[in-house]
Write a protein that binds this ligand. Structure first.
Ligand code: COA
Length: 161
């Protein structure tokens, strides 16, 4: 059984993330989406909200599970008996950081390897921060997130006003 982990902040999940999830789910038997909840980043959504949103938008992919995690990614991978970490590469600027993380993780836990997916071109410029900023100023984010996430974003922004 090949289990992969796709970790990230997912604040919120975008169509770019979903593209990676769909493609990665085809090459592993089980894909666990690991929602980081100890990030130094200030998040708009709580870890529970992020998990719930991802569960909703991936409900049609049978081999996907969603969980939040604390601490080191390699420890979470061990706990889940996962040997593959899935990451997306949007542009050359992602490469240096991703290489560093992948090499560090492999040094710490040689059983874990990282598999990179290049993002589909139409999503190569998206990030959760850009989507949030656009939504905060009333922009139409329907090209970047699913309708459900768009509804959650609007509700959260209204709640925070
Ligand atoms: N589509 C859309 N956006 C994408 C994307 C894609 N395919 N791939 C990356 N991004 C964006 C995210 O939206 C995010 O945008 P934001 O900064 O505006 O929020 C940004 O790229 C990077 O985010 P993310 O993929 O969520 O990674 P991260 O940098 O927040 O976290 C972890 C990366 C989870 C792998 C890393 O922090 C980690 O492993 N943490 C656990 C602690 C640990 O083990 N540390 C040691 C590492 S050596």
């Amino acid at each position: 059984m090949k289990t992969g982990i796709y970790p990230g902040s997912f604040d919120p999940i975008t169509l770019g993330h979903l593209d990676i999830i769909k493609r990665a789910a085809l090459v592993v038997d089980k894909l666990i989406i690991g929602v980081l909840n100890n990030s130094a980043k200030k998040s708009l959504f709580t870890p529970e909200e992020r998990v719930a949103m991802i569960q909703k938008v991936t409900s049609d992919i049978p081999n996907v599970e969603v969980e939040s995690f604390n601490g080191l990614l390699v420890d979470f991978a061990d706990q889940k008996q996962a040997h593959i970490i899935v990451r997306g590469l949007r542009a050359i600027s992602d490469f240096e950081y991703e290489l560093q993380i992948a090499q560090t993780n492999r040094k710490v836990n040689s059983k874990v390897d990282t598999m990179f997916f290049t993002t589909s071109e139409e999503y190569s410029y998206i990030s959760s921060s850009i989507v949030k900023e656009y939504a905060m100023y009333g922009g139409d984010v329907s090209q970047f997130v699913t309708p459900y996430v768009e509804t959650c974003l609007k509700a959260k922004i209204k709640e925070n006003r």
